[in-house]
Design a protein around this ligand. Structure first.
Ligand SMILES: NC(=O)c1ccc[n+]([C@@H]2O[C@H](COP(=O)([O-])OP(=O)(O)OC[C@H]3O[C@@H](n4cnc5c(N)ncnc54)[C@H](OP(=O)(O)O)[C@@H]3O)[C@@H](O)[C@H]2O)c1
Length: 150
């Protein structure tokens, strides 16, 4: 892996990255971030990849953070939390990811209104009650899961 990085490799296969004894020795100085699919519906990384990354002080970058604008945003509890804060479900989904210091989100938005809303989501502070409601609607993983990807 070190040789690959020295040769200019910028993307590393996740299976190798998180394998037992895999990247620990080079993570600190050579890898800027771990870009993984992470959103309310896809929480698998919380079981192992995320704690491992935090232990290595490796920031996590969540792709597809709003579930590609799909059915996740229609969830009733998510809508309730959004209504409580007078924001949109997508903004709650982003604030939920940003609740953790070491995790950033890269929502894709073409529509200017979406760009504005997504930027504003960084200011939204979810409360303990919100997080509990979201945990009810979108369960945290109880066992190791195959890394989700699109
Ligand atoms: N590393 C990887 O393997 C990998 C894989 C997939 C994606 N990515 C990256 O991750 C980023 C995002 O992924 P993604 O586009 O698949 O999923 P996403 O960001 O979860 O969803 C994007 C969709 O959500 C809509 N949207 C954006 N903001 C919204 C808002 N505030 N309210 C409602 N809908 C909203 C967008 O609509 P509009 O565009 O019409 O505004 C678009 O249809 C991209 O930059 C992509 O390059 C990386």
């Amino acid at each position: 892996m070190r040789l690959g990085i020295e040769m200019g490799m910028t993307l590393i296969d996740t299976a190798q990255m998180y394998a037992e004894g895999g990247a620990e020795e080079v993570v600190g100085d050579a890898i800027a971030t771990s870009q993984v699919l992470y959103n309310l519906e896809q929480r698998g990384i919380e079981f192992d990849v995320l704690p491992w990354s935090q232990q290595q002080r490796l920031p996590t970058m969540a792709y597809c953070p709003i579930g590609q604008g799909g059915k996740m945003l229609a969830n009733a509890l998510l809508k309730q939390v959004a209504a409580r804060h007078d924001v949109t479900p997508a903004q709650v989904a982003l604030a939920w990811i940003l609740r953790q210091d070491s995790v950033i989100a890269i929502p894709k938005a073409v529509r200017p209104e979406h760009v504005r809303l997504n930027a504003q989501a960084a200011l939204l502070q979810l409360e303990a009650g919100d997080l509990e409601a979201l945990d009810q609607a979108f369960r945290a993983p109880q066992h190791k899961q195959r890394l989700a990807m699109v």
